[in-house]
Write a protein that binds this ligand. Structure first.
Ligand code: RRX
Ligand code: FE2
Length: 520
């Protein structure tokens, strides 16, 4: 049986108690929020791409041995405008929409000149971010939408641009132990300059800035990185962070600003303005978090496309970081709804690989050209000196066919061992999740017939011992006849089932989740 990606999914706003099998650990208290596209057609119009779908959020609340489920559409301006017009009128990455379908090219030009750029979407169907005390549904535009993490009701629309010149921002920030959030955005041709800005948002739940709302009011710029090509900034989806460094990959997968300027008029989507340049290399920027300065070494590697960073850490004068890397942009192309309909084409995706890079941070004076500067026993990753201050990095492949990586976030930026991921094999539907031991390369898998698990989220046991002391939560779409979907609780050490809670509602394929532990 195939999963129907194009089908509109229903919301279930009234809380329902899930049917529990097994025993939940008593310490597991909190809410797993998940986000993903859920509405794909309105009236006679349909989005071209699965990522474009209007957000459907869902949540699983673990409390006193019970699991409560609910789901709700994000009722942002995009949702309201589309619903009021009974057709898709707001453009997304993969779908260019026009308020008036009858318009010809000339009137499009006029509309274009009037608006310069059409309405930006606030359809935030990718992930959740916490800034200060607030939770936001996010995609990658300048708009984020505050949501009530209990009822999933849609609240204020917040515009990054009020606080910082950025047109695109990732939905994968990092958080330090004080709760400060770190993120990166691109500003396109602002005052003639195209640049990436790394910024941080202090936690406002404590201290004298506690009342600032939104927390973005307290945003501080860490540094800006100029784009290596002014008219084509790189696309990126996440970045890496260690105790002392930020890792930003400037990959040759770029937005062509000139093409974007005419996209609306030409009737093509934003995604068609993305170009992959395999003949170019990938630049790796290593930035000192305290000074905001780049390390004085140019690190580069061959062309690749990375969406998800896994983790990064420092050891013996190196910064080691793990990512999920592709050889081409086929992942994005595979998620066009017409491609997903034909399963055979869907298998044309290049295999995502979990790769480890090692960046020596020490000065390269006295090192011969051609020498590998990586001095770590446990990785075959290399960084060969090409000339003064320039290193060519070759990664070690830790594992093939994996995506949507999660770790024990208490180990973010620190030496770590375990990654939890979905397994990707020749299809847009994951049938397995796995735990990877990056030290021994051992893989432990969970699967069940006709079941499609989501991104696995690790929840640490409070005061737990060891990195994998906790549980892994994954929501499972169950296509076995007569059976319903469930949230699965696995013991993270053994990767064995502890409990499952069936929901009497249809689960949908989603993207990312965020766990909010219950306050004691
Ligand atoms: C470009 C641009 C503009 C427009 C920007 C817009 C609309 C941006 C929207 C960006 C969005 C929605 C980005 C979303 C990115 C999502 C990504 C990279 C998702 C990756 C997903 C993966 C790897 C999924 C994996 C899988 C899933 C989900 C299911 C599993 O079963 C199988 C598996 C693992 C393959 C403006 C602001 C109008 C003007 C300025 C420039
Ligand atoms: Fe993502």
């Amino acid at each position: 049986m195939a999963y129907d990606y194009a089908k509109n999914r229903e919301e279930r706003p009234d809380p329902v108690k899930a049917d529990l099998k097994g025993n939940l650990p008593s310490w597991l208290q909190g809410t797993l929020l998940r986000n993903g596209p859920g509405i794909f057609s309105v009236g006679d119009t349909t989005y071209n791409h699965w990522f474009d779908g209007m957000a459907l959020m869902h949540s699983f609340t673990f409390k006193d041995g019970e699991v409560i489920y609910r789901s709700r559409y994000l009722r942002g301006d995009t949702y309201k405008d589309n619903m009021a017009a009974k057709r898709i009128v707001v453009s997304e990455m993969g779908t260019m929409a026009y308020p008036d379908p009858g318009k010809n090219v000339i009137s499009r030009v006029i509309t274009f000149l009037n608006h310069t750029v059409p309405d930006f979407t606030d359809n935030c169907g990718n992930n959740f971010i916490r800034y200060g005390k607030d939770y936001y549904a996010t995609s990658e535009t300048n708009y984020i939408r505050k949501v009530d993490p209990v009822t999933l009701e849609t609240q204020d629309k917040v515009d990054y641009m009020k606080y910082l010149a950025v047109n695109l921002v990732t939905s994968h920030p990092h958080y330090d132990k004080d709760g400060t959030a770190y993120n990166i955005g691109t500003s396109i041709a602002e005052k003639g300059k195209t640049k990436y800005t790394l910024f941080k948002v202090p936690d406002t739940t404590a201290g004298d800035k506690a009342n600032a709302s939104p927390a973005l009011k307290n945003l501080e710029v860490i540094c800006t990185v100029p784009c290596r090509s002014l008219l084509s900034p790189s696309y990126y989806h996440s970045f890496g962070m260690t105790d002392n460094y930020l890792i930003f990959i400037e990959q040759p997968f770029k937005l062509d600003i000139l093409k974007m300027a005419t996209a609306y008029m030409r009737g093509v989507n934003w995604a068609s303005c993305l170009k992959f340049c395999p003949e170019e290399n990938t630049l790796i920027h290593l930035i000192d978090r305290k000074t905001g300065k780049e390390v004085g070494i140019k690190y580069y590697t061959e062309a690749m496309i990375v969406y998800h960073h896994v983790n990064a850490f420092e050891e013996d004068g190196h910064v080691i970081f793990d990512v999920i890397a592709y050889e081409d942009p086929s992942l994005y192309n595979m998620f066009y709804l017409n491609v997903l309909k034909e399963q055979s084409k869907a298998s044309a995706m290049s295999v995502p690989k979990c790769k480890r890079f090692a960046l020596p941070v020490q000065n390269d004076k006295g090192i011969d050209v051609g020498d590998d500067m990586v001095k770590l026993q446990y990785t075959t990753a290399s960084a060969v000196k090409e000339k003064e201050g320039k290193l060519l990095c070759q990664p070690e492949v830790l594992c093939d066919g994996v995506e949507l990586p999660r770790i024990n976030y208490d180990f973010n930026g620190k030496k770590y061992r375990f990654v939890y991921m979905t397994c990707v094999a020749m299809s847009a539907v994951a049938t397995k999740i796995m735990k990877l031991d990056t030290e021994t390369k051992e893989r432990t898998e969970w699967r069940e017939e006709n079941c499609w698990p989501s991104e696995p989220v690790f929840i640490p046991r409070p005061n737990g011992e060891g990195e994998d002391d906790g549980v892994v939560l994954t929501t499972v779409i169950n296509s076995n006849p007569g059976e319903s979907g469930f949230i699965l609780v696995l013991d993270a050490k053994s990767f064995k089932e502890v409990a499952r809670a069936h929901v009497n509602a249809e689960l949908h394929m989603d993207m990312h989740g965020y766990f909010i532990p219950m306050e004691n």
